[in-house]
Structures are given as C-alpha cells and as structure tokens.
Ligand binder design. Structure first.
Ligand code: CP
Length: 305
C-alpha cells in the first residue's frame, strides 16, 4: 500500500507514468467512467478548500466511485478532541482511500502511519501540497511540452507557501531549471530550501522586484499572501498587495511565457490579465482533475486496459 505525502514519493519515471495516464484520461474519459465502481473516497478536510477537495471528489465521481467526508474540522469529532490517528482508524473502516488536509504540518503523515488505506496529503500547514504539484507539473508539461530547460519565477509568499515548497522539491529532479524567487524580505523562501539548492548546485536568485525579472521568465508562478498563516494582522495588511500582476507587467514578459497560480487568487493577479492567452491558471484547474483521477487509480492499483 502506498500513500502520497510529498511529490518525492514518486520517482521521476513514476511521475511520467502518472502523467501519461492523465493524458489518456483526458483523451478517453469514457474508458475510465466505471474504473472505480464500488470504491469510496473519504475527503477529510480540517482546513478550508475549494479546488483540492472538490477536484478529488470530481475525480472519484468521474471514475464511477463514491465520495463522503467532512469539509470543516468543527463538523467532525476533532471538535470533541479526537486525534487524527484515531480518526483515520475509523475512516479506514469506511473508505478505500482518504485525502486529508490539515493546518498542522505532518498531520497527514501521522494519519498514514496509522492507516490501513492509502492516505493522500491534500495540504499540511505551510509544509507540502503534493497534488497541487502534480497539477502544476502536468500543466507545465502539457503547455510547454517539457519539464526541463526553463527559468521559473516564483512570486509572493515563498515562506509559508506549501505549493511553492512542493513545486521546488519536485522540479530539482529535472535538468536545467533556473529558479528566480521573487518576494518581500519577510516572505523569502525558507533557508532549508536555499541550502538544498546550493548543495545540489542548482541555479537560483532571490529578488524583490517582479518587473526586473519578467523578461527572463518562461514560467511565472504567482501565489497569494496567505492571511491564515500570519501571526498578526498588521504584517498581513502591509504585505498583502506587495505584488499585483497587471497588463503593464505582462507587457515585459516573453510571448510564450505562462502564468500559473495554485489559486485562490485575491489581488495578486489583476482580473484584466485573465484574458491574456499566457494566463493558464484556469486551465491548470482542469489538469488538477485529470491528475487526481490518475493518482486515485494508481494508489488503488486499478489498471484500465
Ligand atoms: N490550490 C488549492 O489548494 O486550492 P484550495 O485551497 O481551494 O483547495
């Protein structure tokens, strides 16, 4: 039995197999419509979500399976003090696979250690968000046609942004990736990540101004400054609108540069950018469903011929 806690849980070769399966699902949805008949997905979300929870649920429904779960810790027995370890032992009696989001780093890992069904980390605090990374990689691979040889700018909250941490971890396994980290000083990428990049001899730079690096980028990964991760309101208010991607800034970019965002967006991308063909964040959402369908099939060890 396999769980998914980090994008590194799959080798590059296994990821490529997963992406090929996602490609086939996109092209032949009818072939997979009953693949998970009789299987049940539990979505245990202790933190708010729109995309991750609903795309997992859409993925299982597209595969002919069933779904149940909770979308708020307060509507589960966590509100009465039940531990994640106990909860997953209960869920293991009801479901075949579980996607779990939790505000505490490592909570899905604790669940996996006690579970008798596969557990998927659907985001744990400021730590990792592996299925967002699978979504990001599939989107880049589909639109750019490759997962190597590019300069990617990651912009916004690089300190608490779990999608950023997971994506960097995943991309270092591909060749010739140049990272540009764009953030205010207070939200710089954690030191353990820059140390890891230095150790692996991977090229990166840290800058504050987005405009200065726009012309260099093949991919711009925008992120939200996350109110829920700040300890005080004053710091959040000071930093929340530090970056706003607008039409003027897009004019500085290459014609084939693409803009990704894990969403939700607040103010960091002006809505006027949405109509630019280089803005692919809504297409990215659709790739999230295909890759989660591929992941459910893979972890449930279901093969469709
Ligand atoms: N990208 C993402 O994790 O969105 P949700 O918080 O809506 O799931």
């Amino acid at each position: 039995m396999r769980h998914l806690m980090s994008p590194l849980d799959f080798s590059v070769e296994e990821l490529e197999e997963l992406f090929q399966l996602a490609d086939d699902i996109e092209k032949n949805p009818a072939k997979y419509a009953h693949a998970c008949a009789g299987k049940k997905l539990a979505t245990c979300f202790y933190e708010p979500s729109t995309r991750t929870r609903l795309s997992f649920e859409a993925a299982m429904l597209n595969l002919g399976g069933s779904i149940f779960g909770f979308s708020d810790a307060n509507s589960s027995s966590a509100a009465k003090g039940e531990s994640v370890s106990d909860t997953i032992r209960i869920i293991s009696c009801y479901a075949d696979i579980c996607a779990m989001r939790h505000p505490k780093e490592g909570a899905p890992m604790v669940a996996a250690s006690r579970s008798t069904i596969p557990v998927i980390n659907a985001g744990d605090g400021g730590h990792q968000h592996p299925t967002q990374t699978l979504t990001d990689l599939l989107t880049i691979r589909a639109i750019k046609g490759r997962l190597n040889n590019f300069t990617i700018g990651l912009c916004g909250d690089l300190k608490f942004g779990r999608t950023v941490h997971s994506l960097i971890n995943a991309l270092v396994r591909y060749s010739n990736i140049n990272f540009i980290f764009i953030s205010p000083d207070e939200l710089r990428v954690p030191e353990y990540i820059t140390e890891m990049l230095r150790e692996k001899n991977i090229s990166f730079q840290e800058v504050t101004r987005l405009e200065d690096v726009m012309p260099e980028l093949d991919i711009l990964y925008m992120t939200r400054v996350q109110k829920e991760r700040f300890f005080n309101e004053e710091d959040y208010v000071r930093l929340k609108d530090f970056y706003i991607l607008n039409k003027e800034k897009m004019e500085l970019a290459k014609d084939d540069m693409i803009v990704l965002h894990p969403l939700p967006r607040v103010n960091e991308i002006s809505v006027e950018v949405d109509d630019d063909p280089r803005a692919v964040y809504f297409r990215q959402v659709q790739y999230g469903v295909y890759v989660r369908m591929a992941l459910l099939l893979t972890l449930l060890e279901i093969k469709v011929e």
